[in-house]
Write a protein that binds this ligand. Structure first.
Ligand code: BGP
Length: 476
């Protein structure tokens, strides 16, 4: 098959991402600094792979200088991480900082800038402060929105002169979906209306934070990072098409539409009303959401979601759940990442990119996460001990190639951020699956070693592109 040189357009960012709790560890945290994630881990450590959780993570708290040096060595233009709200804020009601907690983020952000790595800062990555979770039940309570806006303002005021890309949330749908809608994680509740309330409050919080940022006229951008599960119907039959439409409505458009168009889809509100699980809201808040659309959005794109119409009847005793309208479809012959259990379908990049162009006004966006978690990478070492992760290079190249094709066809995507920069802690899977360009060696005091993919990343940056085979569409 022929090889092609895939050129990165001028100004196209090549970066990587992670988050506070997946890297920092608890070092430097004071009493009361725990987050929802920490509470969850403490409640059920045995559910986490090898009982490894956020406690030590990658010890980024102590090793951030070394990691920032490695960012340079891997050719990263930008790095996205998050601020741990509970470490950063000393008083939630006033939004005043905790001086030591904030000083840590000063050092990290200034350190990145000094090394030429553009910081992108997210305000929440699954980790609502434990105190707000215990006192108010987390995002189910409207007051938490006001506290979040104070926190956001404090961050903007402190870093807005030198950080030009903020994100309000990473994957705002995830926590309540796993914990309250599906009851899979601590505290193992099932309450559909409450899950929708969490979602609504995060939509509102994003809009209010965007409005707050605009008042400060800092000249940067605020977006939200949304995990898109691009829904492909089993067939072209109307019932399967409807299944994909419904999946998209509840899992993608619920956050993407308000972020870009300023509106929660009317169809979704209608269904929630008729199913008696509508969230509480005030009319004037919907106006604020209209007025608080994001400057850009980050999309986390990992796998396609394949769905079909339900084959079994819905149990009318159950409270509403979006899966009333669909079932997962197991496509025979699909390519899989067996370690994570996610399908590999690189064309999602192109399909979503073109959708951003045609359905979302060609708003500016970037791939804020994409990556491949693999178990047992230690068996891929070369004679020097370097992990030769050719499968990851192939994965990145193929996804990036589809993305660049869409950019070439006019999609307004400004960059690609790999998940993750170093190996880091996954929810529950901890260090089972490794994602990094840089290995974290758990057997050797968390020593850092660049993998072959880290060298590929750097070469790609230096050459402003990479060579890869011609693209072909697999199945559909
Ligand atoms: C995204 C999250 C990340 C990260 C990644 C990989 O959904 O934003 O925090 O964890 O997925 O998934 P996992 O760690 O579950 O393998």
């Amino acid at each position: 098959m022929a090889d092609t040189f895939y050129a990165l357009p001028d100004g196209f960012l090549l970066g990587a991402a992670s988050s506070s709790w997946q890297t920092e560890g608890w070092a430097g945290k004071k009493e009361g600094h725990d987050t929802y994630i920490d509470i969850w881990y403490r409640a059920t450590p045995e559910l986490w792979h090898d009982c490894y959780g956020p406690k030590n993570a990658t010890d980024f708290y102590h090793r951030y200088e070394e990691d920032i040096r490695l960012m340079g060595q891997c050719g990263l233009d930008a790095y996205r991480t998050s601020i741990d709200w509970s470490r950063f804020i000393g008083d939630y009601e006033t939004g005043q900082v905790d001086p030591e907690g904030a000083a840590f983020y000063d050092r990290v952000i200034d350190g990145m800038i000094a090394r030429g790595v553009t910081p992108m800062i997210c305000l929440e990555h699954f980790d609502v402060p434990g105190e707000l979770f215990r006192t108010y039940g987390g995002w189910g309570n409207r007051h938490v929105v006001d506290l979040y806006v104070k926190y956001a303002r404090t961050v903007f005021e402190r870093y807005g002169d030198r950080v030009k890309q903020f994100f309000t949330f990473n994957e705002p749908i995830v926590v309540q979906t796993r914990t309250i809608l599906d009851g899979l994680r601590y505290p193992f509740h099932q309450d559909t209306r409450l899950a929708m309330q969490w979602s609504y409050h995060k939509i509102l919080a994003t809009a209010l934070a965007v409005r707050e940022y605009r008042k400060l006229a800092l000249g940067g951008k605020v977006g939200v990072v949304i995990n898109i599960e691009y829904a492909y119907p089993r067939s072209d039959a109307p019932h399967d098409q409807k299944a994909a439409h419904m999946y998209d409505l509840f899992y993608n458009r619920m956050f993407l539409d308000p972020a870009v168009k300023g509106e929660i889809p009317a169809e979704l509100m209608e269904i929630l009303r008729s199913e008696d699980c509508m969230f509480e809201y005030r009319e004037e808040e919907l106006e604020l959401i209209k007025d608080g659309v994001c400057d850009n959005v980050g999309l986390n794109l990992y796998f396609p979601m394949r769905v079909k119409a339900r084959e079994s009847a819905w149990n009318p005793e159950l409270p509403f759940h979006p899966c009333r309208y669909f079932e997962p479809f197991d496509l025979p012959g699909k390519r899989m990442n067996p370690h994570r259990g996610w399908e590999i379908y690189p064309k999602i990049m192109y399909d979503m990119a073109m959708r951003m162009k045609t359905e979302y006004g060609n708003v500016e966006w970037l791939v804020s996460e994409n990556g491949m978690g693999v178990e047992g990478e230690g068996s891929f070492r070369d004679a020097s001990g370097m992990i030769c992760d050719d499968y990851r290079i192939e994965y990145i190249a193929e996804h990036l190639a589809w993305l660049l094709k869409a950019v070439d066809e006019g999609s307004n995507c400004k960059g690609y951020m790999l998940w993750a920069f170093t190996d880091c802690v996954s929810p529950l899977n901890a260090f089972k699956n490794r994602y990094g360009l840089v290995e974290i060696d758990l057997e050797d005091h968390l020593a850092r070693h660049i993998k072959k993919s880290g060298l590929w990343f750097r070469t790609t940056r230096e050459n402003n592109g990479f060579v890869f085979r011609d693209l072909k569409t697999e199945y559909r």
